[in-house]
Design a protein around this ligand. Structure first.
Ligand code: AHR
Length: 321
């Protein structure tokens, strides 16, 4: 009897707190992923699948192979299937109005993951992403703090042209170095967030800058491009991390290995778990119409050699990166 009462009380509490109401098992969610250009992106894909599985969500996954047209096609397919919600990591910032409007008309909530769009805010439920301007600022501030008054020519490896992290991380870095006339961005080019392109572009920078002797630092908009740049620096007979400072964004296992080896200096962490907060927001929305914050901002923490890079590598390896 006591057990039955306790169970009943537990059930009542659960119902009143909305815990049971927020069970989203059985919901069908479409996920339009950009592709697999970086280790971070691969981790985001694994974490999203895992978060869906833990909640009993039926996740329909579509890999766009870096093409916006494929993403738009996938979203239209999800709408036609009548999914309960759509997650989209938008490859570029513009060109989404029409398809988002179609999802809105079909009453399917859309959640943006890790990148922003230039579209009216009422066309999506929420956006789960980092403050990308802040990421650039944190990286730039690290450089300011570590260069002192010495002249420093920076080369910049930008992310995908037209993507929100490429636009915002550039802006934030420039804000941080503004007013420090000894630090200048000498060259800036896209490496498309990939390791191979990062290496190729860095090789060009090295050739153009006196075999790399004139470069003081490389700022890469993600770790994969930084890892490619590190290889190019080594191939040129220079020491990454010492002859050329390396600062980037993501916090993938490989960059922690590079930091531990003294070949990279700093990274700004970006969590690959965008789906957890997205599913929580959807659960509350489905439960009683709760509108989430328009922008759910994840943390941007700086890591350097002082932050146990070996330990950080161990903690991350095997997490889908
Ligand atoms: O949008 C997030 C960025 O996209 C990550 O920093 C990068 O690695 C990825 O490709």
């Amino acid at each position: 009897m006591i057990t039955k009462l306790a169970l009943a009380a537990g059930l009542a509490t659960a119902l009143s707190s909305g815990a049971l109401a927020q069970d989203i098992s059985g919901k069908v969610v479409g996920f339009s992923q950009i592709g697999s250009e970086s280790g971070w992106r691969a981790a985001e894909t694994s974490v999203t699948k895992q978060q869906a599985e833990e909640r009993g969500v039926d996740l329909k996954f579509a890999d766009a192979q870096q093409k916006q047209e494929n993403q738009i096609k996938a979203i239209r397919g999800f709408i036609a299937q009548g999914v309960d919600a759509i997650l989209v990591a938008p490859v570029v910032a513009t060109g989404w109005d029409d398809v988002l409007q179609e999802a809105k008309e079909a009453e399917i909530p859309v959640v943006l993951l890790d990148r922003g769009v230039e579209a009216p805010e009422d066309l999506y439920l929420t956006s789960v992403a980092s403050d990308q301007v802040k990421e650039g600022r944190v990286a730039g501030q690290w450089l300011v703090d570590n260069v002192g008054s010495e002249d420093c020519k920076v080369v910049e490896l930008q992310g995908t042209v037209g993507s929100s992290p490429a636009i915002n991380r550039k802006k934030g870095f420039e804000e941080a170095i503004a007013g420090h006339d000894n630090i200048t961005i000498a060259r800036s080019q896209t490496g498309d967030f990939t390791r191979s392109k990062g290496k190729e572009v860095m090789e060009g920078f090295i050739k153009a800058e006196n075999g790399g002797a004139d470069i003081c630092a490389v700022y890469a908009h993600n770790d994969d491009m930084a890892v490619g740049a590190i290889q190019a620096i080594k191939d040129a007979g220079l020491k990454p991390g010492t002859d050329i400072k390396v600062v980037s964004i993501d916090g993938v296992p490989d960059i922690f290995q590079a930091i531990a080896a003294g070949e990279a200096n700093a990274t700004v962490e970006l969590t690959p778990n965008m789906a957890g907060p997205a599913f929580d927001a959807l659960a509350a929305y489905w439960a009683d119409g709760t509108e989430p914050e328009k922008f759910i901002i994840t943390e941007s923490k700086l890591y350097t050699a002082a932050d146990d890079p070996e330990g950080e590598y161990e903690r991350r390896k095997g997490l889908g990166y």
